[in-house]
Design a protein around this ligand. Structure first.
Ligand code: G3H
Ligand code: ZN
Length: 284
């Protein structure tokens, strides 16, 4: 069933695992992620960036596609449809009105006071409809769709406490050195800050840029309060690699089902691997 992230993430924190947010890019991604979640008996968060929603048609299209698959696949595990990196109050409202069960408001690029004000407004609108809210502090590096950063800014632990207190958000993404897209070398995550922020805010933490983070760092993050880990690039790489392989092996192939079907299987396998690594399998 479609639910918000609130209960999912509380349970994850309490039982010491993380729920994966896997980003949607098209129908096959959505199918693969839902199939993986059901096979693993894992809760799952479907992340939808504004760019990906635009590509697929719009927020309404995304919601109807997910609802259709939940029905046709007889999905029994908890599923959230989450706006990833919402750029404004208006975009969050639009997603919620279309049926999203969760939103992220990414107001971390302006001043702290603006972040508090915008995030509070989103929480007020969202909570009235039972929708969960994630906010961000600091800057995640790299690029994802419209979200571009030329540097990394670590979240300030004091500001994290204040943001949580003043806004009533359900979970917080403190940028602590993670990067969207592949890492250049080993990631260098701020675990000291993560521990402090996890303890002092009392809300589940979110780790963006999940692609390429070593298992030991994932485990450490989970032990310090991380309850949600976002993954996109790793599934995109698995999908693209398979399409290249199939088309290289069969240069005369033109039926999209013959190359997107195998790509879908590759995404499913990747997601299953992540769910096991994050510890969310058999937690639905
Ligand atoms: O918001 C989405 C994620 O943070 C995805 O990061 O593409 O590096 O896995 P990634
Ligand atoms: Zn992100």
């Amino acid at each position: 069933p479609l639910v918000s992230m609130t209960e999912m993430l509380k349970k994850a924190n309490a039982e010491g695992y993380a729920v994966g947010q896997f980003n949607l890019n098209n129908l096959e991604f959505t199918q693969a992620i839902l199939q993986a979640a059901e096979a693993e008996k894992s809760p799952v968060i479907l992340g939808v960036s504004e760019g990906a929603a635009r590509y697929m048609g719009g927020f309404f299209t995304v919601v109807k596609m997910v609802e259709g698959l939940l029905h046709d696949y007889k999905i029994t595990v908890p599923v959230a449809i989450h706006l990833d990196h919402g750029s404004s109050y208006e975009k969050c409202v639009e997603a919620i009105d279309a049926g999203f069960t969760s939103v992220m408001i990414d107001a971390s690029h302006g001043t702290f006071e603006d972040n508090v004000a915008t995030t509070s407004k989103v929480v007020e609108y969202a909570h009235a409809k039972g929708v969960s809210v994630e906010a961000e502090l600091g800057i995640v590096g790299g690029q994802e769709d419209d979200v571009v950063a030329d540097g990394v800014i670590y979240a300030d632990p004091q500001e994290c406490v204040e943001l949580v207190k003043r806004t009533g958000i359900d979970c917080l993404a403190p940028a602590l050195g993670s990067v969207h897209g592949p890492y250049k070398g080993e990631p260098n995550l701020g675990f000291k800050e993560m521990e402090e922020i996890g303890k002092s805010t009392g809300v589940p933490l979110v780790l963006h840029g999940g692609t390429g983070i070593p298992t030991k760092d994932i485990q450490k993050a989970v032990s310090l309060g991380t309850a949600k880990i976002n993954v996109n690039t790793e599934n995109q790489i698995a999908s693209a690699k398979t399409v290249r392989e199939v088309l290289a092996a069969k240069p005369n192939e033109y039926d999209p089902r013959k190359y997107l079907g195998p790509a879908r299987d590759a995404i499913k396998e990747t997601v299953i691997g992540k769910m096991r690594e994050f510890g969310s399998s058999n937690k639905a």
